[in-house]
Design a protein around this ligand. Structure first.
Ligand SMILES: NC(=O)c1ccc[n+]([C@@H]2O[C@H](COP(=O)([O-])OP(=O)(O)OC[C@H]3O[C@@H](n4cnc5c(N)ncnc54)[C@H](O)[C@@H]3O)[C@@H](O)[C@H]2O)c1
Length: 382
């Protein structure tokens, strides 16, 4: 299998690391497309491995038609690059978010169907042992009916996170391309998507919300939102809550609780890398370590398995649609609350300036514990 990586800098470094660290021992990286290779952290390793680097996809395909192309480039490039690769005969694993728009996601699905190529989307948890085992147990009724799934993430970000980017927190980038970036579509997308994924009725489908309500906020001066409280219901009756912010005082890594009839699943990456269930009789079952690099690298190894076995990728276009629809409807219908100047604090930490809304972390924590969202949350028409 010939594999090419498009976009080796930034998050593309995670993919070169999979190869470099021996996490995908049966696979080899055959080519890289990267116009700014000198800026990539893995440039020396790529050179030492004598992996050819091309400035454009066109230049790559003059020499090689890869079986699989990994796309890890800025969001507006995903559609043209994925179309180009599939039209030229390659399967594609594209980083999340696949596209900012629902229509473009469907267009990519059509191209994949017409060309007979597989299109995977790099939501790593969907490919991981942990979520695969958990979803299989859910399908077999081991945990009982899913009742209430909740997640909490408070990733503090410095002002430069937004001010130095030409697309973060924006509807369109400087070039006018749609990006619709927010904390929900990008940084914490995995955790809402995972709730939909686990409740999907097939291994590779996700559940579409039947009810959706949101409170969106902005601490930083951005177009979209850096804070969200989202709740809703899924067709199987499971309710969900997703709480996330880049503008709270305290940093807290992802934590979740998934309550079922017979057990509760716990994961708190602040204290323990293992996701586990505790059953009503007190028994504990460990599912894995979904943030470990071994499990993250499974998005590549399981994508290759899907190609070799001619099966559906663990996460494809259909799998991401519920998350895409939820993000789109929330952004369209929920007004964004700007935290008032008098509630904001500016703080210097390790040489960087951070803004946070006073009391926001406590509010997030309180709602997470209680399973509620703030007053003023708006119901979305689905
Ligand atoms: N799965 C995850 O957990 C995760 C985490 C971070 C980022 N991402 C995703 O990875 C993707 C890339 O994000 P990033 O932050 O690395 O972006 P980035 O802006 O740092 O760009 C990534 C690389 O693409 C290169 N590039 C630009 N134009 C190119 C072109 N025409 N052809 C080939 N390469 C080109 C850039 O030089 C850069 O090295 C995004 O979709 C992002 O959402 C995923």
């Amino acid at each position: 299998m010939k594999i090419a990586l498009v976009g080796a800098g930034g998050y593309g470094g995670a993919y070169t690391h999979f190869f470099q660290a021996g996490l995908v021992p049966d696979l080899k990286l055959d080519a890289v497309v990267e116009p700014y290779i000198e800026k990539a952290a893995s440039a020396d390793w790529i050179a030492a491995q004598q992996i050819p680097v091309y400035p454009t996809l066109e230049a790559l395909y003059e020499v090689l038609c890869p079986d699989l192309v990994i796309i890890s480039t800025p969001i507006p490039l995903h559609v043209p690059q994925a179309v180009f690769c599939m039209e030229h005969g390659s399967h594609v694993l594209c980083e999340k978010p696949l596209t900012p728009s629902y229509e473009d996601a469907l267009l990519l699905k059509q191209v994949a169907e017409r060309t007979g190529k597989k299109l995977g989307v790099g939501f790593q948890w969907s490919f991981s042992d942990t979520m695969q085992f958990l979803k299989a147990d859910m399908a077999q009724g081991v945990l009982g009916r899913p009742l209430f799934f909740k997640t909490h993430i408070s990733w503090v970000r410095p002002e430069t996170y937004y001010s130095e980017s030409n697309w973060k927190g924006r509807i369109r980038n400087d070039a006018g391309d749609l990006v619709c970036d927010s904390i929900l579509t990008n940084a914490t997308a995995h955790y809402l998507h995972n709730i939909f994924f686990l409740n999907g009725d097939k291994p590779e489908t996700s559940a579409m919300p039947t009810e959706l309500k949101g409170f969106l906020g902005r601490v930083y001066p951005i177009e979209t939102f850096d804070t969200c409280f989202v709740e809703g219901a899924l067709p199987n009756g499971c309710r969900f809550l997703h709480i996330a912010s880049h503008g709270a005082e305290t940093n807290s890594e992802p934590k979740l609780e998934y309550a079922f009839e017979n057990a509760t699943v716990y994961f708190d990456s602040n204290t323990d890398p293992t996701l586990y269930a505790v059953f009503k009789d007190g028994q504990r079952k460990d599912y894995g370590q979904p943030l470990s690099e071994r499990e993250v690298s499974q998005k590549l190894s399981r994508m290759v398995e899907a190609i070799n076995n001619d099966t559906l990728p663990c996460c494809g276009v259909d799998t991401i649609l519920p998350h895409l629809v939820a993000c789109k409807k929330l952004l369209e219908q929920v007004p964004i609350h700007t935290y008032p100047e008098e509630d904001l604090c500016l703080q210097l930490r390790n040489g960087s300036w951070f803004t946070y809304a006073r009391g926001l972390y406590e509010e997030m924590d309180r709602h997470y514990q209680a399973g509620t969202i703030p007053e003023g949350a708006v119901t979305v028409q689905l």
